[in-house]
Each structure stands twice: as structure tokens, then as C-alpha cells.
Write a protein that binds this ligand. Structure first.
Ligand code: GLC
Ligand code: GLC
Length: 861
């Protein structure tokens, strides 16, 4: 039988069990046995362990070193009509008992934390979420199966209204029994209950539990062995009495194993055997009595009393007479024999089941001799001392390789429930701190609409040349492409990666070296490229994608206003980039290059997408930095003469908010990132959105949560103190839906962070909050731009396309759809299509260069 059970357990763990599977192996979300450090006062409500009664306890945990305090408790009898009535009535009854119990204690009415011991098979999805699968053991309340029992209890407590009680954890009685076990010789990792029903739980390796996506550590699994045999495997072992008992029960066909062991059924089994023997003439002179023939007339306590070696005989006599039976001389002994047989079978079956659990443990721990403590609880143990001795003997016989000690539970598992509740309360407090920390990142519609409005205002001011954080730089690109540019030209793009030594001749500090050196280096790169492409010696037009704020006075003139994104080549700001490049070309002998245009990457992107789609009138970059450009009416651009036609405006929106207008939205984490950056106080909007900074924001939040003790067990690590360890790539990877949490953990562990699965989940939530805010802010900016275009043209509805480029936008799994959703929400009168460009800024710059060449030729002609 043990082998069948073991088989059934393994199938259920592997998740391959059929719906009619024998045992359920339900994970409980209890991940570790108690440390002993748990402390505080807890209310425990027990439902379902002991027959028709409900128990309320007040448990005080003293932490390490404190002495144990006896819990206060009170038992309430549940009326039969409540056990079989509507679920709401049962939970109302529980709420009523709770307040009756608490009324008698000197406790306040607020802030009480409750652990709910609910001893029925449940699917748990968290420490405080548990759906009843099916009633067992004489309960059958309507409207509870398939529902979260914590929810039902919370509602009832609220309805009752007397106390403010937080239901923090829900626990099976076996788990409470195991968790409450005093740490003795070895760890107690099995809980065994034989009360009205029977069941066990034990600490399983998490990686063996298929439904949990977890490969490390252990988790407590409730075997729910009461339903073992429901698929028929117990067939030959079932007697006619078992069949009769099952037929007459509330749940025929279910809990077949439990019905051979549980205290609710033992008296009934004895009664059925006695009826049978009386009807066969073996007992009571062949007579029965109405009492003997009625269900439930012999109870567990009667059987225990009758079996008592000293007082037993007298008790049997008295009990049988109470049942209206004629007790003959040999009857007493025979009846005692029947009781012993029923009990012994129960103890042995229970032992066989326990042996299966122990073998499973020994096997998975790969130990020669498994030393283990089993916490036992339940009335059958308490009232029937021989049950434990038979159990022990049989277990020894079946699993000689296990060294088992049995430890009776103190106060019926209430302490253990309090322990779990304490852990759950700590986790809930952590969750609260996490939510509080992330709340400022969750922007509502009003906040986003305000960003849009501010952006709009800053745009107008910038265009007029008034003080504004948006520079709104004219680009001298006056039209999107018409598809005619087919000339050959060179495009040079400058961004951090382009100066990487792997892609050309190396430079030690490309981001910070002196200007001369930087531009000589750029020319080296071009010559290198020219040679590799076999284009040496030709004079070719060159377009320069230069993705920094420049004041342009023509297509081939661009004065660098300031560096962004980590660049800081000294003495370059205020100079014309095209001149600097031409001079560097001049310094280098035998190179002929004709610099004809300087183009911001946003403009390049818009132009390249415009080549395919004439409606593309906006360019957007969300990569290392972020920025946008769009086609503005020339009459609105104060800096350029002329009233008709349009010009592409480089907004340089990364600087939006540098005048303090984003003040309220900026968190302390944004401030820290800004402070540590190369350009404090600059590029406020960019620092909340772009790839160069999001990882840093995440890192600062993680540092904060660690200091609160919420993450990484409060242990600060050197790794986490390291700037820029979180690349934007990681954010994209971590949030990818196809990755399970364990892979998220692997990614973080690669960074040298060792974390639990709770940690991994929280890190994921932090990443989500930060990237969501970034996408929404970006969306608010886009909404301001498209609305401006719509109003410029006096249109009811604008249909427009946006060319987009940048690694964050392209690689992040949710960024682009969040931007689009925000734009839909904030600019409902614009129908916006987002076009992703492939190296758009390069192709676009080529287009601009081609146009510039044509213009130059035309001028010569
Ligand atoms: C029943 C319940 C189970 C409980 C056991 C002991 O089998 O289904 O959850 O642990 O009784 O009370
Ligand atoms: C930075 C630059 C801007 C560029 C953007 C995207 O914000 O200042 O010019 O367009 O990054 O690369």
C-alpha cells in the first residue's frame, strides 16, 4: 500500500496526476521551519480539525530566549445546521465566536492579526489566499467550494464589525502541528494529524513541486492523503464495513483512506461490525437495538474508553447497556476485540502512509539514515495511547533506514499557526513598504495630462524664443523626403558605441577626451572605414548624425550647446561641430571628405521613415538618451525668418523639466541618479525615461528597499553599490513575459546578487514600475507633439506617423505598447502610427545629405 501511495505522491508532485488522482500534494507557501525568532500576539481560529467544534486561541510568541506562554483558548460547538447550511452562516458564526472570545480578553479592538487554521483540502496561491477544493469530514456548507476562504472570513469579520482583525495567513492543521513543534534534537519537518480526519505535511524540495516555479529551497506540502484510494487502488483492502460506511457518508466515494483512519469514522466502523455480528447471532444473543442500528451512536471516545485495559470491561458493559443491548458474558471481550481490530488497522494504515512520506524524504535528501522528527497532533493520539505505539512499531518495521522521533504537538498546533502568521505578517509589512516605495512611480491620468500640458506650454515658449526648458532647435530640414534622393554619400554617426575600440581605432576615453583628439579620432574611423570599403581616395559627401543639442544656422552648421548622455569632451561646447570635423579632415593628409550636413538622430529617424510613409512627421528616439523632433509651421518659429512652409524642430526634450517644472513627479531616486551623473540638474526628462538611467533608478530603489530590510534580507552588498551594474538590457530581459521568475533570478545572480524568490518577484515589480513610468512620460510627450501638429493645422482629427528608434523602445517587451496606449489616452483626436526604423538615423542622415548636395549643386549652377 505504501508503494502505491508513494507512486501517487510522486505523480501529483510532478503535476501529471489525473483529476481523480489519489493524493493532492498541495503546496502551502510555508517555505521554512520556524527560526524561533518570531514574536508578537496572534489570534488563531481553528476550523475543521476537531469535528463539530471551532476553537479560538490567543497566542503570544516570545521570540528567541523568551519563555513559552500558555495560550488562552475557547472552544465553540458548531450547530449541525450550520455545518450543512449556507457558507455565509458558517463564517458569520466564526466571526461571532471570535468576538465573544476577544470580549473576555484585555485586548484592543484594532490591529489584531489572525492566523486561520482551516483543515480541508485547499489550493493555496499565497500565504493568505486559499480556495476550498471540497469539504470533508461532515462539513457541507453551500457556496464555499471554489471560493477563497480567507476572503469569506474577512467579509464575515467586517460584517460583524466588532473587531478590526487582519487575516494574515491560512494554514492546514498539519502545517500548524509541524510549525509549532519545539525545535528539539533535529528539525521537525513532518506534521501528522489524526483527528476527525487524517493527513500529513512535510518539507519537500521546491524543485520537485511542478506547480511552483521554483528550483531552490523547500516548501511545505500538504499530502492530503485522506483521499488516497479515491481512484480505486485500495480496492482489495476495503471491507464490507468500509463500503457501508462510505455509502452512508456525506461524501460517498471520497476520502476513502481517511474513512479507515479518521476519528470521525472509527466509532461508526465499530458499530457496523457489531451490527453485523449481532445479526449473525455472534453477539448480544442475536439481537440488535434501535440505538445500535442508528448512525453515529458509537463515537471515537466510546471506542477509546472500551479499549482501556483497566476500566475497559466495565465501560463496555455500561455503554452497550446504554445502547439498549442485552450484554452476554462473552460479549464484552468480543466487543473489545472488535475495537482493537478497528484501531490497530487504522494505526497501521497510518504508519504505512507515514512510511511512504519518510521514504520520499530519505530518497530526496539522499541520506543513508534519515534522522527526522515527526510532530503529531489530533484527538486520536490524545485519547488513544496505543495508537501511537502501534504506529511507531509499524513505521520502524517499514522504514528501518529512518531514525524517527515522534513529538506530540503542544496546544494543538495553535502555536504553529501563530508562527506562520508571524512570518506572513512580516512579508505583508514588506509588501506594504514596497508598494509605498513604488507609489510615486504610478502616475494617474491627471498627472500625465499635466505633463502633456506643461510640455505643450514649454514648446510654445521655446518656439517663441522665451525662457523654456525646451530649446526647440530649428534643423533647416524643411520637408520630409519625396523619394527622389538616390545619391551616394557617407554618413557618420556619433554615439558612445560608435567610438568603441572594437569598431575602429581605439581611444582611451572617448567620452571625455579633449576635442582635437576626439575629432582626429573620428576622422581615423572614417578613413579606416573608407579603406575597408575600398572607397579610398574618392571625395564623397559626408553627413554627420550628431545626437546632441546643436544650434543650427543651416544644414551644415551646428554649434554644440552642451553635451548629454555621458559625453563631456572638454572645450567643445560652443563650437561649430562641422568646422571641427572639417579641420580634423584638413589635419589628416590625403583625405577628401565633404561635410555637407549635420543631422540629429531624431531627424534622421523621421526622414528615413518618411521615405516609406509620407505621413511620418515626427521622429522619436528612446535609447541611451531620449528626444523628439517634428514638423512645425515656420510662422511659429521665431528664430527662422519666413512665414510659409514648415521646418523640422529638434525639441531636445531630454531637458524638459530642467526649470523645475517636473518637480512634483521627481522621486528621491531620480534625485540620487541626477546627483551622481556627469551633468547634475540637466536632462531631467531624459533621466526619467532613457536607457542610460533606468537601470540606475532601479539600483537606487533596490538599495533603499535593502536598507528597509525588505530585500536581500537587509544585507547590503558591494555589487549593489556599484554604479551602472543594471544595464537597460537587463530591464528588458527581466520584464520579458516568456521568462519565468527563476530565470529572472538567474539574470540577477549573474550580476552577483543572491536572492530568494520573494526578492526576485520584488525586483521584477521595481523594474516594471520604473519602465512603466518611463513609457508613460514618453507617451505624454508624444501626445503633446501630435496635438500641437493637429492644432497647427486646425484639424478635427490628425492622422500621423512617428518614426522611432532606440534600444529601449525596440528591445523592451512592453515599452512601445505603453507609449502607444498613453498617446491614445491623452491625444484621442490623433490617430498615430508608430514606425520602427532600422538604423533610421543613418539612412535619414543620408537622405538629408543627398538633399544638401543637390541644393549645393543647384546653387553652383
Ligand atoms: C482532512 C482534511 C485535511 C486535514 C485532515 C486532518 O483530511 O482534508 O486538510 O489536514 O482532515 O484534519
Ligand atoms: C540626447 C541628445 C539628443 C538626442 C537624444 C537621443 O537627448 O541631447 O540630441 O537626440 O539624446 O539620442
Amino acid at each position: 500500500m505504501g508503494l502505491f501511495l508513494l507512486d501517487s505522491m510522486e505523480q501529483a508532485l510532478g503535476g501529471q496526476a489525473s483529476p481523480a488522482s489519489a493524493v493532492r500534494m498541495l503546496p502551502t507557501y510555508v517555505g521554512s521551519i520556524p527560526h524561533g525568532t518570531e514574536q508578537g500576539d496572534f489570534v488563531v481560529l481553528e476550523l475543521g480539525a476537531t469535528g463539530a467544534s471551532l476553537r479560538v486561541l490567543w497566542v503570544t510568541l516570545m521570540g528567541t530566549g523568551g519563555h513559552r506562554m500558555e495560550p488562552r483558548s475557547q472552544e465553540f460547538v458548531i450547530p449541525p445546521e450550520v455545518m450543512l447550511g449556507p457558507g455565509q452562516q458558517l463564517f458569520d458564526f466564526a466571526a461571532h465566536c471570535l468576538s465573544e472570545f476577544l470580549d473576555a480578553l484585555p485586548v484592543g479592538k484594532q490591529g489584531l492579526q489572525l492566523g486561520f487554521s482551516f483543515s480541508f483540502p485547499c489550493h493555496q496561491t499565497g500565504l493568505d489566499r486559499s480556495t476550498l477544493i471540497s469539504w470533508t469530514k461532515g462539513f457541507r456548507c453551500s457556496g464555499v467550494e471554489g471560493h477563497d476562504v480567507v476572503h469569506l472570513l474577512r467579509d464575515a469579520i467586517k460584517r460583524h464589525g466588532a473587531y478590526n482583525i487582519d487575516v494574515v495567513a491560512v494554514v492546514n492543521d498539519t502545517v500548524g502541528t509541524m510549525m509549532g513543534c519545539e525545535p528539539g534534537v533535529g528539525p521537525c519537518e513532518v506534521g501528522l494529524v489524526v483527528d476527525t480526519g487524517t493527513n500529513a505535511c512535510y518539507m519537500e524540495e521546491a524543485r520537485h513541486v511542478a506547480v511552483l516555479d521554483e528550483d531552490r529551497g523547500r516548501v511545505c506540502v500538504s499530502v492530503e492523503w485522506g483521499s488516497f484510494g479515491d481512484d480505486g487502488v485500495l480496492g482489495p483492502m476495503l471491507t464490507i464495513f468500509d463500503h457501508a460506511l462510505d455509502r452512508e457518508s456525506l461524501n460517498p466515494g471520497a476520502q476513502r483512506f481517511e474513512k479507515m483512519i479518521g476519528g470521525l469514522y472509527l466509532g461508526e466502523l465499530v458499530r457496523l461490525v457489531l451490527v453485523h455480528l449481532a445479526q449473525r447471532g455472534v453477539l448480544f444473543g442475536g439481537c440488535t437495538s434501535p440505538a445500535l442500528l442508528s448512525r453515529g451512536s458509537i463515537l471515537l471516545e466510546h471506542v477509546a474508553e472500551m479499549e482501556d485495559p483497566w476500566a475497559g470491561a466495565a465501560r463496555v458493559h455500561a455503554l452497550l447497556q446504554d445502547l439498549g443491548l442485552n450484554v452476554g458474558a462473552s460479549d464484552v471481550e468480543l466487543v473489545q476485540y472488535v475495537c482493537a481490530a478497528v484501531f490497530t488497522r487504522a494505526a497501521r494504515l497510518c504508519a504505512a502512509a507515514l512510511a511512504a512520506v519518510l521514504s520520499r524524504l530519505q530518497h530526496s535528501r539522499e541520506q543513508q539514515i534519515l534522522q527526522i522528527a515527526v510532530a503529531t497532533g489530533g484527538r486520536v493520539f490524545e485519547q488513544h495511547p496505543s495508537f501511537l505505539s502501534i504506529l511507531q512499531e509499524t513505521v520502524m518495521l517499514l522504514t528501518p533506514e529512518c531514525d524517527v522521533s515522534f513529538i506530540p504537538s503542544v496546544d494543538g498546533g495553535g502555536r504553529g499557526v501563530a508562527m506562520v502568521t508571524a512570518v506572513a505578517a512580516r512579508l505583508a509589512a514588506h509588501r506594504h513598504l514596497l508598494e509605498e516605495t513604488l507609489a510615486p512611480f504610478q502616475l494617474n491620468h491627471e498627472q500625465l495630462a499635466a505633463v502633456q500640458a506643461q510640455m505643450r506650454e514649454a514648446m510654445v515658449k521655446g518656439l517663441r524664443g522665451e525662457a523654456s526648458s525646451l530649446r526647440m532647435l530649428p534643423t533647416y530640414v524643411r520637408a520630409t523626403p519625396d523619394g527622389s534622393g538616390k545619391d551616394v554619400c557617407f554618413v557618420l554617426r556619433m554615439w558612445p558605441r560608435a567610438l568603441d575600440s572594437r569598431e575602429g581605432p581605439g581611444l582611451d576615453h572617448p567620452l571625455t577626451c579633449p576635442t582635437l583628439q576626439l575629432f582626429d579620432h573620428i576622422v581615423d574611423c572614417i578613413v579606416d572605414f573608407q579603406q575597408k570599403q575600398g572607397l579610398s581616395g574618392q571625395s564623397l559627401p559626408l553627413g554627420f548624425t550628431f545626437s546632441f543639442p546643436c544650434r543650427q544656422l543651416g544644414l551644415d552648421q551646428g554649434i554644440l550647446l552642451n553635451w548629454t548622455k555621458g559625453f563631456s569632451a572638454s572645450d567643445c561646447e560652443g563650437q561649430d561641430i562641422v568646422c571641427l570635423l572639417r579641420e580634423a579632415i584638413g589635419r589628416r593628409q590625403a583625405v577628401e571628405l565633404n561635410v555637407v550636413a549635420i543631422v540629429n538622430d531624431t531627424v534622421g529617424t523621421m526622414m528615413s521613415c518618411g521615405y516609406e510613409d509620407p505621413r511620418c512627421e515626427v521622429g522619436l528616439i528612446v535609447g541611451t538618451g531620449t528626444n523628439a523632433c517634428y514638423m512645425e509651421e515656420l510662422r511659429n518659429v521665431a528664430a527662422v525668418a519666413g512665414d510659409s512652409g514648415q521646418m523640422c524642430i529638434n525639441m531636445e526634450w531630454g531637458a524638459f523639466g530642467d526649470d523645475g517644472s517636473l518637480g512634483l513627479l521627481r522621486t528621491c531616486f531620480d534625485a540620487s541618479v541626477d546627483q551622481a551623473s556627469i551633468n547634475p540638474g540637466k536632462q531631467s526628462f531624459e533621466k526619467m525615461i532613457s536607457g542610460m538611467y533606468l537601470g540606475e533608478i532601479v539600483r537606487h530603489i533596490l538599495l533603499h528597499l535593502t536598507s528597509l530590510g525588505v530585500l536581500f534580507r537587509g544585507q547590503q552588498t558591494q555589487r549593489l553599490q556599484t554604479r551602472d551594474i543594471f544595464k537597460t538590457k537587463f530591464l528588458s530581459e527581466i520584464e520579458s513575459d516568456s521568462l519565468a521568475l527563476r530565470q529572472v533570478r538567474a539574470i540577477l545572480e549573474d550580476l552577483g546578487l543572491s536572492l530568494t524568490s520573494d526578492d526576485a518577484l520584488m525586483v521584477l515589480e521595481v523594474c516594471q514600475a520604473v519602465s512603466q513610468r518611463a513609457a508613460q512620460l514618453c507617451g505624454a510627450g508624444v501626445a503633446a507633439v501630435v496635438e500641437k501638429i493637429r492644432e497647427n493645422r486646425g484639424l478635427e482629427e490628425l492622422t500621423v506617423s512617428i518614426g522611432v528608434d532606440g534600444t529601449l523602445y525596440k528591445l523592451h517587451p512592453h515599452f512601445s505598447s505603453l507609449v502607444a496606449a498613453t498617446v491614445r489616452e491623452l491625444a484621442p483626436r490623433c490617430v498615430v502610427t508608430f514606425l520602427q526604423s532600422e538604423d533610421g538615423s543613418g539612412k535619414g542622415a543620408a537622405l538629408v545629405t543627398a538633399v544638401a548636395c543637390r541644393l549645393a549643386q543647384m546653387a553652383r549652377v
